[in-house]
Design a protein around this ligand. Structure first.
Ligand SMILES: Nc1nc2c(ncn2[C@@H]2O[C@H](COP(=O)(O)OP(=O)(O)OP(=O)(O)O)[C@@H](O)[C@H]2O)c(=O)[nH]1
Length: 314
């Protein structure tokens, strides 16, 4: 099992024209001195973005005519396999998705055991176009999923944006995805430091967004001292994530599992669900805390959904 020196992966998402390639070029300039590979995905037959990468990189893979989140998912896995066969392995792989990609499905691939053995997903970055993000959120559900799946959100094209609007936009994004770090970019430039994954404290109840915005993306915080039956918990979440992918975008948190001293880290983006032990509880009274991000989520629905997986209080 090879885990010592995994290849670091960065996924760059964002709706069409948000500024993904511009941001990627700016980032690549800061990764000189290491071996970098870029994977460009374009829904059309011709990859325009590939020609726009002007930073020095070691190799460029172009995947065209579909999306690596669905029709070209095997092509992405094949490329990841090919990279491993190279004489000199890269240090970093940057993946620029199409503007309409379901980011959760791509993230899910990096949790496949065979992929995880060689690759480490460092960060999923979502580039947001400050000029039209609210329209995009209403027009395209993928935009909401991209925001929800991100570890880092970059608000781009802010030159023309009055400060109060920028503050409002940041607050809205924070409510949509309280787990992500939010930063801004004036001219498509961003610092490498902003990409570093940092665990953010979980939002308190006061940070949870009401569902009154027109885009209807919100967060529900679930907290309970009642232990979960792990098998049932997996069954229930798997079922709901697959049944409602257009409503349930992301789940993250820790649960208390019945008959286990360890807390379990739960991550779900799109249809994949990943649960791993995460050390013993430091708290004398352990309690599960889960953040749900999605479209028009209601606290009562989440509670009803999880109830069958909860054991009696012990
Ligand atoms: N004014 C302004 N324009 C920007 C900024 N960042 C990118 N652009 C422009 O926005 C357009 C789209 O930028 P890209 O980087 O190609 O966006 P993309 O998300 O890769 O686009 P697609 O691959 O088509 O989805 C280009 O004309 C860029 O020059 C910015 O910060 N400010």
């Amino acid at each position: 099992m090879e885990r010592d020196n995994p290849i670091k992966v960065y996924i760059i998402t964002g709706f069409l024209g948000a500024g993904k390639t511009t941001i990627l070029n700016s980032l690549l300039q800061q990764f000189t001195g290491s071996r970098n590979i870029v994977i460009e995905n374009e829904v059309g037959k011709v990859n325009i973005d590939a020609g726009l990468i002007d930073a020095k990189i070691d190799q460029l893979y172009e995947l065209t005519g579909g999306c690596i989140c669905c029709s070209l998912d095997n092509d992405l896995l094949e490329v990841l396999g090919n990279i491993l066969g190279q004489e000199q392995r890269p240090d970093h792989v940057f993946i620029e998705t199409t503007g309409i990609a379901d980011a959760g499905n791509i993230i899910g691939m990096f949790h496949l055991p065979d992929v995880q053995r060689h690759y480490k997903l460092e960060s999923t970055v979502c580039v947001v176009d400050a000029e039209n993000i609210f329209e995009r959120l209403q027009q395209a559900p993928e935009t909401g999923k991209q925001v929800a799946a991100a570890d880092v959100i970059i608000i781009n094209k802010i030159q023309q944006l009055p400060v109060p609007q920028l503050v409002y936009l940041s607050q809205q994004l924070e409510q949509m995805n309280p787990l992500a770090f939010i930063t801004t970019s004036e001219t498509g430039t961003v610092s490498r430091k902003d990409l570093q994954f940092r665990e953010k404290p979980f939002p308190g109840k006061e940070a949870v967004a009401p569902v009154k915005q027109p885009h209807k993306i919100n967060t529900v915080l679930f907290e309970s001292p009642i232990a979960f039956d792990l098998n049932m918990f997996v069954f229930v979440l798997d079922f709901y994530c697959n049944a409602y992918p257009d409503q349930l975008y992301r789940i993250k948190g820790y649960i208390r599992a019945y008959n286990s001293k360890e807390k379990m880290l739960v991550q779900s983006t799109g249809r994949y669900l990943h649960i791993v032990p995460a050390g013993e509880w430091e708290d004398a009274n352990p309690s599960s805390t889960l953040v749900f991000i999605g479209r028009a989520l209601k606290s009562a629905t989440i509670q009803r959904m999880l109830a069958p997986a909860q054991k009696e209080k012990v």
